[in-house]
Every structure is written in structure tokens, then in C-alpha cells.
Design a binder for this molecule. Structure first.
Ligand SMILES: NC(=O)c1ccc[n+]([C@@H]2O[C@H](COP(=O)([O-])OP(=O)(O)OC[C@H]3O[C@@H](n4cnc5c(N)ncnc54)[C@H](O)[C@@H]3O)[C@@H](O)[C@H]2O)c1
Length: 484
């Protein structure tokens, strides 16, 4: 089935089309490129030598050929000018990518754009002539969105709703492509600014929190308790945590303490929250600069994972989720899921993201269900976290990347000769930005933080997960000073 992207020059049809084709495993066709290949000339030469009418005829010929392609197809801005073309486009899924002229003017140059040969400001005339024709098609307003946010917005128009349950006895997890759209008739939605900016069209009157770690504090807890009291929320009502791990941690804590526990439903929207934070029933807020020092255990009543939300994440945040999932693979043994698919992971291929989420849910919950209150085996999930947390506190680098650095450091210290060391390190090196991966931290600084770690049992004794080999991670009691 062809999916056509139409819109003004500079609206992102080609850039977004290529990203979408990688995400969806579909072919990508650019009609302008096909015209240039067929004519063996640049577009402005075709215009100059043969005129616009000739160009439009070739364009129609190629458009007709694409009708049987299962592809993402980017079109030239003027394709909608001909009635014949509009009729073809109307038979298929065609999306109009709208970006205001003021933004387009900043983006485009005039090279190989024959219609702008008299200057960029001609764009206003072109828009005025075409806008009504574009409006015949499904419009996606991309004015406030970056590349990945725009890609996600388009995916919600392309993908079909699909849902399945990930079966386990510990926690109810529903995997639902486009699940976030179900929030349209729900009350008591708590979300973050960015999530509201991108997905707010699905929320009625949400409670909007700032972005990031700073929301996990006692002041927000008080404000939300007051909000719930004012709105007469009681045990039969549900509250919805819609966002990354910071939102699910905060709302999980509120849900477990308000009226001694009310119905709590999570829609985790970052990969890290889908593969880790929303699973297993731990929640926490920070206090006096101590991370996760106040919290409870309460398994949320439902977790709905919509994998499409991952696509709109900033690269760094996306990779944080990949690292936490890779940690689970080192524990479980299934690192080939990651090593064999590194290119697809980098291109955010949806099938591989879905496989990684499903694998992570299964693996994390199978560990957590054996030790729900974190007294024993669940602690192996702290792999990379002892050094990772210290690194995070010292450098301020975000959690997931710090855990990646921590895994590398812990391998160097505790398992320099393990069998699959190179495979693990090569993968981390591909994923973590070079300056972070190779960052050296003063050993005394590290020592200071590690000796205050929650996992210290007595003096310098710490229980720490140590990799024997991939698929065999063991909790060991060690004297940390023997290694630092
Ligand atoms: N409870 C647990 O078991 C557990 C486990 C691991 C981590 N955590 C906690 O999770 C938190 C980290 O979670 P995180 O990495 O999701 O960070 P986060 O919640 O801060 O999200 C990162 C950023 O991405 C934005 N965002 C969220 N969804 C988005 C989307 N779909 N598209 C674009 N942007 C989006 C957020 O607004 C934020 O700015 C930490 O506080 C950590 O302690 C908890």
C-alpha cells in the first residue's frame, strides 16, 4: 500500500519519508528523484529546457507507477496542482505535512528549485495558489515539532490500532499500538510538558508537570494530594500517569499513598519507562537531593504500553531505554537480539523496538515476581547501577547513559576476562556518545559516592551484581575497597 506525503517544499517530505521507511521497514520513493533519474537531468534543467507542463506530465507518469508500491512516497510540492494527480492521491493514504511559511523560509535554499528562481519570498504566492488544494487531504500540523516528534505524529495516522496482552501473573501489561488515543475520554491524567505538547490532543484537562527528574519531589506530592482532594477523587476513580519514568514514579507514589491506595494506571511513554520504570511496582520520589529515598511498592492496576510514543523521544533518551533493556539481555543471555539488530535499533525500526519491549517486560517481570520486595534476586537488576549512580551524581549525565558507563566500569573492575566482554563493550560503545563512554572519573570521587550507596551493607562491604558471563549474572558480597 503506498503512503504519499504531500506539502510545500521544505516541509520535510523527503527527510521524514526516509525515517518513516526505516521505522516501518518499507521502501522509500522520492518522486522528484525518480523524475531526475528518468530524464537524466536536474529538475531546474527540465523546467528550463522543457517547461513546467512537460515536467508535470512526467510527474503524473511516475505517480501512476507508484500506485502499486508498498512504500512511503514523497512527492514534489506542486503535485496537487493537476486534478488527475489529486484524484490518484485521493484513492490512497495521502498526508499533507503542514509547516507555516515563516518556518519554511528559514529552512529552504533556492538551489534546484526553479519556482523560486526569483527569490524565496515567492513562496507566499505559491502557498496562496496551492493551500486550498492541499486542504483536500488529511493535514498534519508539524509547526511545533522536531524531526522525531513529527515522525511520531505521522505514524499515528499511518499505523493501525493493534493490541495484545503480555501474559504474566505479576502485573497486567497491555501492549497497544496507538493505545494513548484511548485516553481521549479519561479524567485525572498526569503528564509532562513535552508529552502534553506532542500527545495533548488525546487528553482532556490534564495536570501538567515539568519535564524530568525535578518533578519527583515532596512539593509536587503535596500539590497533587490537594488537587485530588479538591476534585473529590476516591477509591473508585483511577489516576493516570502518562509520561516517562519520572511521571510514573511520582504518580505511582501518589497512587499508593492517597487514601491508602487508589486505582493507578500507567501509560509509560519513554522506552526506559516501558522496559523498566513502569514494571515491577517500585515507585519513589527524591528528598534532600537523595534519589529515590522515599517510596513504596505498589503494582499499578494496569500498564498500557504504546510503542509508537518511543519514536518521538530525543535520541539520548531513546538510547537510555536501549541500555536498560540491554542490561536485561546481559542478565538473561539474549544479547543477540541487540547485537544482530544494531542498525535497526539506531533507525528506530518499530518491529525491533516492539521485540525489545516485549523481551524486557518478560525478563524483568520474571525476575521481579521471584522477589517482589527487592530482598534478594531482584537486586541483580542493579547491574551497572552502583558505578552508574555515582557517575550520574558526579557528572549530572542522565540515568540510562550513566548505567551504560557503569556496566563498562564494573566489567573492567570485576570481570576483565569474562567471555563475552568484547561483545558487550562494543555494543555499549556504539550506543553511548564517545565523550561519555570514555570519560574518566577520579577514583576518590567515585569511592566517596559508592561508600554512601544504599547497597552498602557494612563498612566497605557491598552486594553487587557481577557478570560471570552473558546469561550468568550473580550477586556477590565484596569489599569494594579491594577494587578501587
Ligand atoms: N520505579 C522503577 O522501578 C524505576 C526503574 C528505572 C527508572 N526509574 C526512574 O525513571 C526515571 C527516568 O525515566 P525516563 O528516562 O523515562 O525519564 P523522564 O521521565 O525524565 O523522561 C525523559 C524526558 O522525555 C520526555 N518524554 C517523555 N515521553 C516522551 C515521548 N514519548 N516523546 C518525547 N519526549 C518524551 C519527558 O518529558 C522528559 O523530558 C528516573 O527518575 C528513575 O529513577 C524508576
Amino acid at each position: 500500500m503506498p503512503i504519499y506525503l504531500i506539502g510545500m517544499m521544505g516541509s520535510g517530505k523527503t527527510t521524514l519519508g526516509k525515517i518513516l521507511s526505516d521505522i516501518l521497514d518499507k521502501k522509500f520513493i522520492d518522486i522528484d528523484t525518480e523524475i531526475e533519474k528518468l530524464e537524466r537531468k536536474k529538475i531546474h534543467h527540465i523546467f528550463l529546457q522543457k517547461g513546467e507542463e512537460y515536467f508535470r506530465d512526467v510527474e503524473t507518469k511516475i505517480l501512476k507507477k507508484t500506485e502499486n508500491e508498498d512504500a512511503i512516497i514523497s512527492t514534489g510540492g506542486g503535485i496537487i496542482l493537476k486534478k488527475e494527480n489529486r484524484e490518484i492521491l485521493k484513492k490512497h493514504k495521502t498526508l499533507f505535512l503542514y509547516v507555516p511559511i515563516e518556518i519554511l523560509l528559514k529552512r529552504i535554499d533556492t538551489e534546484n528549485r526553479p519556482l523560486l528562481k526569483n527569490g524565496k519570498y515567492k513562496l507566499y504566492d505559491i502557498w496562496n495558489k496551492r493551500k486550498e488544494l492541499y486542504e483536500n487531504f488529511k493535514k498534519i500540523d508539524l509547526k511545533n515539532f522536531d524531526i522525531y516528534e513529527s515522525t511520531a505524529k505521522i505514524l499515528y495516522e499511518i499505523c493501525e490500532k493493534k493490541s495484545s496482552e503480555i501474559v504474566n501473573d505479576f502485573q497486567k501489561i497491555i501492549f497497544k499500538v496507538k493505545g494513548i488515543e484511548d485516553l481521549k475520554d479519561k479524567k485525572n491524567i498526569f503528564t509532562s510538558e513535552i508529552v502534553n505538547k506532542i500527545y495533548g490532543n488525546n487528553f482532556i484537562n490534564p495536570y501538567i508537570l515539568e519535564n524530568g527528574e525535578k518533578i519527583k519531589n515532596i512539593e509536587n506530592v503535596k500539590k497533587i494530594y490537594l488537587y485530588l482532594i479538591k476534585n473529590n477523587i476516591n477509591k473508585k476513580d483511577a489516576i493516570y500517569g502518562v509520561g516517562g519514568g519520572t511521571v510514573t514514579d511520582l504518580i505511582g507514589f501518589i497512587g499508593s499513598t492517597f487514601k491508602r491506595g487508589i486505582k493507578t494506571i500507567f501509560y509509560p511513554t519513554t522506552l526506559l519507562s516501558q522496559v523498566d520504570a513502569a514494571l515491577g511496582g517500585k515507585n519513589a520520589i527524591n528528598f534532600e537531593d537523595i534519589k529515590n529515598i522515599i517510596g513504596t511498592f505498589k503494582v499499578p492496576d494496569k500498564v498500557i504500553i504504546d510503542p509508537l510514543t518511543v519514536i518521538s523521544q530525543k535520541n539520548e533518551n531513546y538510547y537510555e531505554g536501549i541500555i536498560e533493556a540491554f542490561k536485561l539481555a546481559i542478565i538473561d543471555g539474549n544479547i543477540s537480539l541487540f547485537l544482530d539488530n544494531i542498525k535497526k535499533i539506531k533507525k528506530r525500526n518499530l518491529n525491533i523496538i516492539m521485540d525489545i519491549i516485549k523481551f524486557s517486560v518478560k525478563t524483568k517481570l520474571s525476575i521481579v515476581s521471584k522477589d517482589p520486595f527487592d530482598n534478594n534476586i531482584r537486586k541483580i537488576l542493579n547491574l551497572g547501577h552502583t558505578f552508574g549512580h555515582s557517575f550520574e551524581s558526579i557528572t549530572g549525565i542522565s540515568h540510562g547513559l550513566a548505567v551504560g558507563w557503569g556496566i563498562k566500569k564494573e566489567i573492567e573492575l570485576f570481570g576483565p576476562n569474562i567471555k563475552d566482554k568484547k561483545l558487550i563493550l562494543d555494543f555499549l560503545e556504539e550506543i553511548i556518545p564517545e565523550n561519555i563512554y570514555n570519560m574518566n572519573i577520579n577514583i576518590n570521587k567515585l569511592k566517596k559516592f559508592i561508600l554512601h550507596d544504599k547497597k552498602i551493607i557494612f563498612k566497605n562491604q557491598i552486594t553487587i551484581p557481577i557478570i560471570n558471563t552473558v546469561g550468568n549474572v550473580e550477586l556477590k558480597k565484596i569489599d569494594i575497597l579491594n577494587y578501587l
